[in-house]
Ligand binder design. Sequence first.
Ligand SMILES: [Zn+2]
Length: 359
Amino acid sequence: MNTNLIGKIAVFTATGQPLEIRSYTVPALQAGEVLVENLYTTLCGSDLHTFCGVRQEKTPSVLGHEIVGRIVAIDEQHGGYDHAGQPLRTGDIVTWSIFASDPQSTLATQGMPQKGDGLFKYGHAQLCGEDIFHGGLAEYCILKPYTAILRIPDELPLPVAATINCAVATVAGALRLAGSLRDKKVLITGMGLLGMVCAAMCKDAGASSVAAADISEVRLQRSIQFGVDRLINLQADEGNAMQKTIDVVFDMSGSPDAMEMGLDTLSTGGIAIWVGAVFNARKLQVDAESIIRRLVTIKGLHNYNYDDLQHALNFLLRNFNNYPFDGIVEKEFPLSEAQQAFDYALDNKPLRVGIKIGE
Ligand SMILES: [Zn+2]
């Protein structure tokens, strides 16, 4: 299927180099692929890490993986249904899993498709031949076979919908690992967007209390609107106050200090879920005897599985009006100003900046 379309991509060539807006012909769809016109992309923390060189990926590449778009064409060898079993049609607004992988591979069948065979990740890959439209900082994205696609109802605002396929789905995965949160006391360390979403999701799941820890008083104050009922300013060394009172601690910060503090807060049978530490940092100091005697469990989560993506969408559809999700994008840029969007995000550390693509 030839589309005769030309699309712009904000190409990332190297750390320290400005993004280059280049135009490319949209290639013919391969078997089972779906062509999407990107509508909105939000910049995730890992985009900023790659941009700054904290995280190394092959270049040139197209960044941006929190994406929502509109279906332009569906190859006839695609099954024609989304992950929820709804028929897909041209014009549908969709999001999709951050990855595509072989659903029959061993890890996929064990509930870890994000580590399955043939793994491909949107917004992380090198431009390679005609395989170039695979990120959010572009006018189009071509969805590969075995990508879980979900139709987005019209009522969900695009800047909110864009965050589903990284931030919100990852938090959904973290809650899956935690098990039931009904009447549980929760602590969240790191109140970026994942921390805020985690607070709201824990409230939605019936947690009896949700405490938040961060080094930013501004973020702590803001977290109250997302359901947090106790604030711990780590700059003021308030972490010790919670010793052995918490049932589940989620770390979204990746800070070794925060993770060590979080372990100390866990009561007998407590669970620590670590999500944030996706960059190089010092090794943790863990008191193994204390972990053993308190029957503490530590679990790590990277990305998410298909069920988490569905739960993320369901959670937002129930709650996007109950919490101030409409304010998570603090500034919006057109694709032509993607460079300025990165500069703004790095200088101001908003929860998200948005890239509005198209008219
Ligand atoms: Zn991300």
